[in-house]
Design a protein. Structure first.
Lengths: 223, 541, 334
């Protein structure tokens, strides 16, 4: 009986290229995984550049990293981890078909995501004030050649910038999900969009879990 | 058969008229046609640049165009041909059209993503075209730093942006194909019953998905450096110009397999049909596609042998480059063995297949030359390399593309192309191609460098031969443009299976209906089982 | 009508590379002929004779697959080994090689001999003596390519790259830039003049005296006041440079590096990249204050502060007398 309901609900959203609801759900999920693999390769290129330059300029990278605020970075990490938790709860709620719970958890995830972005904006502003933004006005104190320090900050801004861009897209996706969740579109029988959006959100979180120690925590014991 | 009756039957071409029905289509067959038009346009743009290059090189002096212009010509020739023609070509046209049918599906897994892919190619192409018309770009298609970031005064960013966007077209096509092959096969269509063309496109899709994001992020870094003057690759600021080369080639080497694997898939189909036998060593050919995809990611450093890369890295990359050659050789041997005791037809697609095997063999063998460290030191960055890659890309991929177009033309359009004109064109292309590019091997070993606008006198005779060949080749390429167009109106009406081929695409009318299958088939036969088609009195080539 | 089909063979590497070429061509011709012949033969012998013929499907043969994988692999391993061998030799210049410095810039080659001779787009070298080029670029990446020698090496800004060869035949050979570098890339060409040893000595002695590289380096050292910190006896705030070149140096982070040309260049242009153990990061950067040629001169000066054998036996001494009758160093004739 539940299976029939399952098939019925998903079949309401069944696209014509698919034969069964099961096939559609599996394809959508698999598709999101493949997409996340491409994202791993995308960020991977940056991690590679970072690894090579850190290996070439270990001291300078250590000093530049120490100039970042690790406490704020850790706070942001906690915020993002919590948002992944609330996202899991949203997925769970949709598995159980609890409309109100889905909405609440999606809102919480959204809010936490926006807190993260707000904190990021604050951090970047700090960097702007300290003249740590690469370009014509870059100046890192206490160093004769600015090149390697600027390299660190270039990688910092490109990596956290791309991550932030992915967060913004994530916020957009969550907003869309929220809209449809509020209208009761997701049920235990059909919650694929919540599921795959959850995958995307967790992925963006995991990227940050790598970025935080690599960028903020080099040579911290030296301080 | 009554022509009028044929054209009244509903198919994907006449189901809905008007621009909107095409530009907002979700049908993989229409999207394939949209792609076909787009890549053909870029092929001719790239071809015009090539013609200008070859005309300039008739004389040792730079008398046709200035050096600045010449440098833009070879750059834009490379960019148009690689990113906007070769990489999309077979997968996005023939792959899009036939992959779903071949596995018994009604469409790809994500039709709207498929349409988005096409738009991304068009948008990327528009950026690149804008750059070409606004003044051009002169960095070489390889964009080496610091020339591209610091010293070039041309439209680098616009072009790079165009390539970046078109990269996502490639990624999404790959993603779509992977999910489709995994999840949308009809009942009974096991992995090892799939046509080899599907295997080839699947392997290609894996490369697209894993490799393209790396060049995308490389372009992001290039953009940042050029736009904001920060020194990721700038040595004056502690950056590493050779790091760019590593990141660039990490994608661009697998990219050449994106260009050649689908071509090999086409050849497998054609050789089988026109010998009326299953491909010899089916499993080996299928696995060789996967092997090429995987090992292809491990050889990028063979483009950096003289770049100041370490000697030990050079050794590893040289060794692995020989490793990746073996699966290609295996395919060539298996195709040849398929002909043994076959029933060989000389229809145009088969002529292109023979041409492919010959030219790809030569091109591939010369790959072994350049994979050898001591040899490559001499010939890298010379015309030897230019000859090598044109043999595999043009003698290989383009021949296969044309062969595939001719093979599947009746299915796609419901019309036959004129066989005699087609055979003539194939012969002209083969002769023109060899005359254009074989002298370049000699030029390269003599020491003629790449990307040279002017050159020493003693190289002129070989250049004149090459340009003569290019003129013949150009004529050879123009003929199909005309007779394919002609066939749409005046060509003989095609039956469902004019070649006596196996494969689900031939089990439906020509042109196919919108949803491919009324009922999803249940597959019970192995691939290439000709006992299921011969004996029905089908008319063949 | 000039129609050369094969390049001149004028270096110690050329015969090796040409023999490798013959092997590659032989294997390629063999397989090309076999494939072409097989296709030709099968296509004709098994051509379709009737529309309904249905050949027997022949699926596979493991033995064949293994054979035509393993045998070609073996043949390619010979290609690999042979090429690798040549490459290794090319990466190991002999100790007694004659040193020439090359600075590439858009769009010319600037070459400096140890004795001070400067050349633009030309390089005069003696036949029979190994010549080692240490090269860098002032702008884009270039590549030093001499087809007759079969050698090529990219010239990269921000670092030194080296190549070496021994000319075996007197003559005039093309020098090409082989890495696209902008507008006049195809104009960045020149000539290598390989001369009989006595002609080379004559050439070396002719022309105005430039002062050797090391002499110019010493002058620059004084102009830039390097000696204020780098005192000869090591009593200054910075390490002494006497005997430094070629020695192993311990850095502040515990690593050991060899004080070679690249280390010296980095120390001048990016002094804080590597701090010597026991010293403070006090040295200012000279980026922008000294050209690449200047750096090479300083390096040659610092080299001259080391005992000669460390720099390689038979290196031309820092100063020569302009005297046609002077004794010339013994040259090995190939």
């Amino acid at each position: 009986m539940a299976e029939q309901a399952h098939a019925h609900a998903e079949s309401l959203a069944l696209r014509e290229q698919f034969n069964t609801a099961e096939q559609q759900k599996e394809s959508s999920t698999f598709g999101m995984w493949v997409f996340l693999v491409t994202e791993v390769m995308f960020f991977g290129g940056l991690f590679l550049a970072y690894t090579i330059y850190r290996n070439t300029y270990p001291t300078v990278f250590g000093m530049a990293s120490t100039s970042l605020n690790a406490v704020i970075g850790a706070l942001n990490t906690a915020v993002l981890l919590c948002s992944s938790f609330t996202m899991v709860l949203a997925v769970r709620a949709s598995q159980l078909g609890k409309r109100k719970a889905i909405v609440i958890f999606l809102i919480l995830t959204l809010l936490l995501g926006m807190v993260f972005l707000g904190v990021k904006a604050y951090e970047w502003n700090e960097k702007f004030v300290e003249h740590h933004i690469p370009g014509a006005h870059f100046h890192f104190e206490g160093m004769a050649e600015q090149g390697p320090a600027q390299l660190f900050f270039t990688l910092y801004f490109v990596m956290t910038g791309l991550h932030a861009l992915h967060m913004v897209v994530g916020v957009g996706i969550l907003s869309w999900l929220l809209y449809h969740a509020a209208r009761g579109r997701f049920t235990a029988e059909y919650m694929t969009p919540v599921d795959i959006a959850g995958l995307y959100w967790h992925f963006v979180d995991i990227i940050w879990i790598f970025l935080f120690p690599l960028l903020y925590l080099i040579d911290r014991h030296m301080k | 058969m009554n022509t009028a009756a044929i054209e009244q039957r509903e198919n994907y071409l006449n189901a809905g008229y008007g621009l909107k029905s095409w530009l907002l289509t979700k049908d993989h067959k229409r999207i394939a046609i949209l792609y076909l038009i787009t890549v053909t346009i870029f092929f001719f743009i790239g071809g015009i640049f090539a013609s200008l290059i070859r005309i300039e090189l008739l004389t040792p002096q730079g008398d046709l165009v200035s050096s600045e212009t010449y440098n833009k010509l070879f750059t834009m020739h490379g960019i148009a041909m690689i990113f906007f023609f070769l990489i999309p070509s077979i997968p996005a046209t023939l792959g899009n059209f036939f992959l779903p049918m071949m596995i018994g599906a009604r469409d790809l897994a994500f039709p709207r993503v498929n349409l988005l892919s096409w738009y991304l190619l068009v948008i990327g192409g528009a950026f690149a075209l804008f750059a070409m018309l606004a003044g051009g770009v002169d960095t070489g298609w390889t964009f080496y730093t610091p020339y591209s970031t610091t010293y070039s005064n041309t439209w680098v960013i616009a072009t790079a942006l165009g390539i970046f966007v078109s990269g996502f077209s490639s990624i999404l096509t790959g993603l779509n194909f992977i999910v489709t092959v995994h999840r949308m096969r009809a009942p009974g269509m096991t992995w090892f019953r799939m046509p080899l063309f599907v295997w080839a496109n699947y392997a290609t899709a894996v490369i697209q998905v894993l490799g393209t994001p790396v060049v995308a992020v490389t372009i992001v870094l290039l953009f940042c450096e050029r736009a904001f003057h920060i020194g990721i690759f700038d040595p004056a600021l502690g950056g590493d110009p050779v790091l760019f080369q590593h990141m660039f080639w990490f994608y661009s080497h697998p990219a050449v397999y994106i260009m050649v694997l689908p071509a090999m898939g086409v050849i497998s189909e054609i050789i089988s049909v026109f010998s009326r036998k299953p491909i010899f060593g089916y499993h080996f050919v299928a696995f060789s596609s996967m092997a090429i995809a995987v090992i292809g990611f491990l050889v990028w450093g063979h483009h950096l042998f003289v770049s100041t890369q370490s000697v030990y890295a050079g050794l590893v990359f040289s060794f692995l480059s020989y490793f990746v050659a073996i699966p290609s050789a295996v395919k060539v041997f298996n195709w040849t063995a398929t002909l043994y005791k076959g029933s060989i037809s000389f229809a145009t697609p088969m002529l292109y297949a023979f041409g492919f095997i010959g030219l790809f063999t030569i091109g591939g063998l010369t790959g072994l030359f350049v994979a050898s460290l001591g040899f490559d030191v001499h010939v890298t960055d010379t015309y030897f390399v230019v000859a090598h890659f044109h043999y595999v890309m043009v003698g290989g991929t383009i021949m296969a593309f044309l062969g595939g177009l001719h093979y599947w033309w009746p299915k796609m359009t419901g019309r036959m192309y004129p066989e005699n004109w087609a055979k003539l064109s194939a012969a002209i292309i083969f002769v023109g191609f060899n005359l254009t590019f074989f002298p370049q091997f000699i030029l390269g070993y003599l020491g003629m460098p790449r990307r040279y606008h002017v050159y020493p006198d003693e190289f002129q005779v070989l250049h004149v031969l090459s340009t003569a060949g290019a003129s013949i080749l150009a004529i050879g390429y123009l003929f199909p443009m005309f007779y394919f167009m002609w066939s749409l109106r005046y060509g003989e009406v095609a039956s469902a299976n004019p070649w006596g081929a196996t494969g689900l695409e031939w089990a439906m009318p020509s042109p196919p209906p919108v949803h491919n299958f009324d009922e999803i088939p249940v597959v019970t036969h192995e691939a290439y089982d000709y006992s299921t088609v011969v004996g029905e009195g089908v008319e063949v080539g | 009508m000039k129609l050369p089909l094969f390049p001149e063979s004028a270096s110690n590497f050329a015969p090796d590379v040409d023999h490798l070429l013959y092997y590659l061509v032989a294997v390629s011709v063999f397989f090309t002929v076999v494939i072409f012949a097989a296709i030709f033969y099968f296509a004709i012998r098994y051509r379709r004779r009737s529309e309904n013929e249905l050949p027997e499907p022949i699926h596979a043969s493991l033995a064949l697959e293994i054979a035509w994988s393993v045998i070609p692999f073996g043949l390619t391993m010979i290609m690999f080994g042979w090429g690798a061998n040549i490459f290794f030799k090319e990466s190991r210049p002999p100790q007694n090689a004659m040193q020439v410095y090359v600075v590439a810039k858009q769009w010319m080659w600037k070459l400096q001999h140890m004795e001070g001779q400067r050349e633009i787009n030309e390089l005069h070298i003696p036949v029979g003596r190994p010549v080692k080029l240490t090269m860098t670029s002032e702008d884009a990446i270039h590549s030093f390519f001499v087809p007759a020698f079969r050698t090529k090496q990219d010239v990269v800004p921000g670092r030194y790259s080296t190549t070496w060869f021994t000319a075996t035949k007197p003559g005039k050979y093309h020098l090409f830039c082989a890495e696209y570098c902008g507008t006049k890339h195809s104009g960045m060409t020149g000539w290598i003049y390989a001369m009989e040893p006595q002609d080379y000595q004559a050439w070396l002695s002719g022309g105005r005296a430039f002062g050797s590289l090391a002499e110019n380096g010493e002058k620059l050292f004084q102009d830039l006041a390097c000696g204020n910190c780098h005192k000869v006896d090591g009593s200054g705030r910075c390490p002494s440079l006497a005997g430094l070149f070629g020695r192993s140096v311990q850095l502040a982070d515990g690593r050991y590096v060899t004080a070679d040309e690249a280390y010296l260049r980095e120390s001048i242009l990016q002094p804080n990249a590597k701090i010597v153990a026991g010293y403070q990061p006090l040295m200012p950067t000279f980026q922008g204050l000294v050209t690449e040629e200047g750096v090479l001169q300083l390096i040659e000066y610092i080299k001259s502060l080391s005992p000669q054998p460390a720099a390689g036996a038979g290196t031309t001494p820092a100063e020569i007398n302009v005297n046609p009758g002077a004794a010339t160093p013994a040259l090995s004739n190939r």
